[in-house]
Design a protein around this ligand. Structure first.
Ligand SMILES: C[S@@+](CC[C@H](N)C(=O)[O-])C[C@H]1O[C@@H](n2cnc3c(N)ncnc32)[C@H](O)[C@@H]1O
Length: 221
C-alpha cells in the first residue's frame, strides 16, 4: 500500500506561503556554503526545492531528497535540470557516505517524532564529509521577552496546528524538549555554532562541523 503523502494538499501552495518568509534563511545558507567553499550539497527533506534553486547559480552539485511525491513534483517543475532530486526516505538515502561538504536540514526535524528526527540527523552525519558542515534551520527556545513568546506560542504554534494533528503533536514535543538546542545537545557529535537567528529569536540557523568519521558497516567492506 502507498504511504499517505502528508504534503499532497499543501505542495502546490507551499512556495506561495513560505518562499518570502524563508528568503533570509535561504540567503544565509547560500552565504554560509560559499564561505565554506561547499561544492557538493545535499538538502535532506528539501520539499519544493526552493533552497536548492537559491543555490542553482553557485557552481555547486545539488541534490534534494524528499519522500513526498507532491513536493518533489513541484520541485522538479520549478528547478533547472542541474538539480538532482531523489524521492526517498531521508533516514536512509543509500547514498555513499562522507561525500557532501554541505548538508541542509531545514524545517524538517520539528514535525517528526524523536526517533525519526534522530535518524534523519544520523543520516546527515553519515553523508557529510569530515571537513563539511550540516546546516540546520528550525524552531528554537524563544527568548523570554513578550513579543518573542507571543510569536512562538500564538504565531508559529497556529501554523503548526494548521499543518495537521500529528504534525502539531510532534511540534509540541519538539518545543517541550528544548527545540533545536535540546535536540543538538542530546545528539550532536560535532562542533556546534550559531549562524543566525530569525523572527525575534524564535528560529535559529545552526552549523554542525567536525563530525567524527562513521565506521563503515561490515557489509560494505
Ligand atoms: C516543512 S517541509 C520543509 C521543506 C523545506 N526543507 C523548507 O525548508 O521549506 C518538510 C519536508 O520534509 C519532508 N520529509 C519529512 N520526513 C521525511 C523523511 N523521512 N524523508 C524525506 N523527506 C521527509 C516532507 O515531505 C516535507 O517536504
Amino acid at each position: 500500500m502507498q504511504n499517505h503523502d502528508e504534503y499532497q494538499n499543501t505542495a502546490r501552495i507551499y512556495d506561495f506561503l513560505f518562499s518570502r518568509p524563508l528568503k533570509r534563511i535561504h540567503e544565509t545558507i547560500r552565504t554560509c556554503l560559499n564561505h565554506n567553499k561547499a561544492k557538493n550539497v545535499i538538502d535532506l527533506c528539501c520539499g519544493t526545492g526552493k533552497q536548492l534553486r537559491v543555490l542553482a547559480d553557485q557552481d555547486m552539485m545539488l541534490t534534494g531528497v524528499d519522500m513526498s511525491q507532491a513536493m518533489l513534483n513541484e520541485a522538479r517543475k520549478k528547478s533547472p535540470s542541474l538539480i538532482h532530486y531523489l524521492e526517498t526516505d531521508a533516514r536512509n538515502t543509500k547514498l555513499p557516505a562522507a561525500q557532501y561538504d554541505g548538508v541542509i536540514i531545514s524545517f524538517a526535524l520539528h514535525e517528526k517524532n524523536a526517533a525519526q528526527h534522530e535518524s534523519i540527523f544520523k543520516e546527515a552525519c553519515r553523508l557529510v564529509h569530515p571537513q563539511g558542515h550540516i546546516l540546520i534551520a528550525d524552531y528554537c527556545i524563544p527568548p523570554e521577552e513578550m513579543p518573542s513568546q507571543l510569536l512562538s506560542t500564538v504565531g508559529f504554534q497556529s501554523i503548526e496546528r494548521l499543518a495537521g494533528i500529528n504534525h502539531y503533536h510532534c511540534y509540541k514535543d519538539w518545543m517541550g524538549s528544548d527545540a533545536v538546542e535540546g535536540f543538538l545537545a542530546r545528539n550532536n557529535p560535532g562542533k556546534l555554532s550559531l549562524v543566525s537567528e530569525y523572527y525575534m529569536g524564535c528560529i535559529k540557523l545552526l552549523s554542525v562541523s567536525g563530525i567524527p568519521q562513521q565506521p563503515i558497516p561490515e557489509e560494505v567492506l
